[in-house]
Design a protein around this ligand. Structure first.
Ligand code: T1G
Length: 699
């Protein structure tokens, strides 16, 4: 049982013990119910305390149990909370560290609640596309007030116990304990004091009203509508809390239950639950045990003070890790420092960063023009010009100066990490750390594992990624790793669609309606069309049979590289980001189409979305077959965190699973009939064909 029962004198203590965060799976729920029965049957027991072992009171329902039969098996969480409320003896929750979701709902079923200071309190279900489903929408407003409760439920945000006890008239916590260590003792003493109180106070009996009634909820609905475009849950949270103010408790519970069951089966919720586990699974490497000893990283060197080097350095400064930046010339260093200062000062101006914090971070930054001064750094990240000759020179120098055991990382986005490792005598210490621009903002980090990269280097960089607040995904070595290799196919399909009859705006609008942060052409203008141009030029020589539309080259030949040149597929007004369609570009595309003898055809949004998204899926299936990515969910994480794929779709692989792989393959077979497309590319990858034939999914 993952809940222990012990009697201390006249107090029974039930301790949730289901590591890592006391998720309320069936066995834990059963343990609580059994403990309650025992305590109520034991005349020597005067009162009961419930607490959590380890690093949480409880992180809520067991997310890993969702979708499994045991999730709804009795005693379900509502029944367990009913047992608490029906207890003939007082039940006191001794809360510390984390009390979230169903964990907070469990505590709300107790007669009293003692919280340690600094406890993280939340009803984060909305972040999983749900709403609190065990009475949270009915009880929290009763103890905290309608508005603070609704804010917590709709945002899913965490609030500290110290803040909550200051809410006027709150009855969420009867008191704060002196510390997390003393909360159990204090709760037991509190339970003794309340042993003879009758009737026992029940949250469900408290009144729940909002003075403005309908007007307030109308206001709340308007606010929520704006922030929850693709997600149904936030608006339904308002309905549930409104029911708490208008209906009897049990009727309100029925409203909450109906909504919860409905949301549980939405694609949005399944996507968000998939991403919650996928993000955490990404940091696990099958052949690198979780307890692999890590190398200490107490200081970092960065080679190159350009946009990437500066952004990379900021990640470490933000985490309190000293950085020494190296450039070849002083003015390059000065420019790099100035850019870092500008970025921090912009955050200070927006009150996102305190002045003293900014200064403290800058104090951790030093610069040098000499490689010899890098010999104390525990890790170095190279972010120099993307050309193999330059990388060779840099890594030969690093091999000469870096201390034994230092990690040598390259930020290369396309070059072969095995080749780079071979420039040194210590290939086992070499790894790729592919940051996404802007490196101090984008959460995704592709960790490129070379053939010889040591396991402890992998364990070290994966743990370091967490410290610098990056979501790391392991990639094998291939051209473009995971993300850029897939985005190249996505871009190719975009080009074919222009040749066949679309405008850039039509393709972008279709993809943005699907949920992409930006369509392919706006994204090209943002990243710089010259980047893709350079890659295509390489392809034309290396892979002459790879088909491309020429439109992107024609655009680049006009110097229309995108926002950085004020014009690309679209025009831009300085200082503004809106993409303004340009008639000349559309004319250029039509001209080009005519020169190919192509009669333009009307192409549906659905075809646009399928060709772009399924091109990602097919390339991803090859990436999985080749072992470049370890699991499909890693690829979803790459696309959500690195390329603006919509979270409510759960990533390209999750989306393909939702559509059904059989249907994906059917669509690919149709695309292969199109003479203007690339029939060879649309041959379903063997893994995809196999899963589709077997009626299986990627995840
Ligand atoms: N269930 C199962 N496992 C969980 C879990 C949960 N609720 N929360 C965390 N884990 C696992 C996580 O997968 C990881 O596992 C490990 O714990 C550490 O997580 C009826 C239905 C609690 C603040 O949404 O916000 O209650 O990778 O890396 O940074 O109304 O986890 O080690 O195998 O995040 O210290 C509502 C989600 C559920 C809370 C800890 N509860 N969790 O953060 O560690 S729905 C949540 C968190 C619900 C009821 C409804 C955080 C944390 P592994 P971690 P952390």
């Amino acid at each position: 049982m993952t809940a222990q029962y012990q009697v201390h004198g006249d107090i029974a203590v039930i301790t949730l013990n289901n590591p890592p965060v006391n998720g309320l799976g069936l066995s834990t729920r059963q343990g609580i119910a059994d403990g309650m029965a025992q305590a109520n049957a034991d005349a020597a027991v005067k009162a009961i305390v419930i607490t959590g072992a380890g690093k949480a009171f409880s992180g809520g329902a067991d997310i890993k149990e969702f979708g499994k039969p045991t999730a709804l098996q009795e005693p379900n969480l509502i029944s367990v909370i009913g047992v608490l409320e029906a207890s003939g003896k007082p039940v006191v929750a001794a809360i510390h560290t984390v009390v979230m979701g169903g964990g907070l709902e469990l505590a709300l079923g107790c007669h009293y609640r003692i919280a340690a200071p600094g406890t993280s309190v939340a009803l984060p279900e909305v972040k999983l596309g749900l709403l609190p489903g065990a009475g949270g929408t009915q009880r929290l407003p009763r103890v905290l007030g309608v508005e603070p409760a609704l804010n917590m439920i709709v945002s899913g945000e965490t609030v500290k116990s110290d803040m909550l006890v200051m809410a006027p008239g709150q009855k969420l916590f009867d008191k704060l304990s002196a510390s997390a260590e003393s909360v159990l003792e204090e709760a037991m003493a509190f339970a003794r004091e309340k042993a003879d109180v009758r009737p026992l106070p029940l949250v469900r009996d408290l009144k729940c009203k909002h003075p403005l009634g309908d007007a307030y909820f109308q206001f709340a609905r308007n606010m929520v509508k704006g922030m929850s475009k693709n997600f149904p849950a936030p608006a339904l949270c308002v309905d549930a809390v409104e029911a708490a103010t208008k209906k009897k408790f049990d009727e309100g519970m029925a409203v909450e239950r109906d909504i919860f069951i409905k949301l549980m089966w939405t694609a949005e919720s399944k996507s968000l639950r998939h991403l919650f586990l996928a993000e955490r699974a990404a940091s696990k490497i099958a052949d690198v045990p979780a307890d692999t000893a890590q190398r200490a990283i107490n200081s970092v060197a960065v080679i190159g003070a350009g946009t990437m080097g500066g952004g990379i350095a900021m990640n470490f400064l933000n985490a309190g890790i000293p950085v020494k930046m190296l450039e070849m010339k002083q003015e390059a260093l000065d420019r790099g420092i100035a850019t870092i200062r500008k970025n921090y000062e912009a955050q200070v101006a927006k009150k996102k960063l305190k002045q003293d914090k900014y200064e403290q971070r800058m104090s951790l930054l030093s610069t040098t023009l000499s490689y010899d001064e890098l010999n104390t750094a525990d890790m170095v990240i190279e972010a120099v010009f993307e050309e193999i000759g330059v990388k060779e020179a840099v890594f030969k120098e690093l091999d000469r100066v870096m201390k034994p055991g230092a990690i040598l990382a390259s930020n290369t986005s396309t070059l072969d990490v095995n080749k780079i490792a071979a420039f040194t005598k210590r290939p086992e210490d070499v790894v790729g750390l592919h940051f996404f621009s802007p490196a101090n903002v984008m959460k995704l980090l592709e960790v490129v594992r070379g053939e010889k990269t040591a396991k402890d280097v992998m364990a070290t960089v994966m743990s370091l990624a967490k410290k610098i607040k990056k979501t790391a995904v392991v990639s094998g070595v291939c051209d473009g790793f995971i993300g850029n290799r897939m985005i190249e196919q996505y871009g190719r399909q975009g080009g074919f669609l222009l040749d066949e009859g679309c405008t850039p705006a039509q393709v972008d609008k279709a993809m943005e309606k699907f949920g992409m942060a930006m369509g392919p052409f706006r994204m090209g203008d943002l990243a710089g069309n010259d980047i893709g141009w350079a890659i295509r030029k390489r392809r034309y020589t290396e892979q002459p049979d790879m088909k491309y539309s020429k439109t992107a080259d024609l655009l680049c030949e006009k110097g229309r590289f995108g926002q950085k040149t004020g014009a690309g597929w679209y025009d831009y007004v300085p200082g503004k980001r809106d993409a303004i369609p340009n008639a000349e570009v559309v004319a250029m595309i039509e001209e080009h189409r005519k020169s190919l003898g192509i009669t333009p055809r009307k192409i549906s949004d659905e075809e646009i979305v399928q060709r772009l998204v399924f091109s990602l899926v097919n390339e991803a299936a090859h990436i999985l077959e080749e072992g470049i990515a370890a699991k499909a969910s890693d690829i979803d994480i790459v696309y959500i965190f690195g390329y603006g794929f919509p979270a409510h779709r759960g990533g390209p692989m999750n989306y393909a699973d939702e559509v059904g792989l059989f249907n994906v393959v059917q669509a690919m077979n149709r695309f292969a009939q199109n003479p203007l497309d690339d029939a060879k590319f649309w041959q379903p990858a063997p893994l995809l064909a196999k899963l589709a034939a077997e009626g299986k999914t990627f995840n």
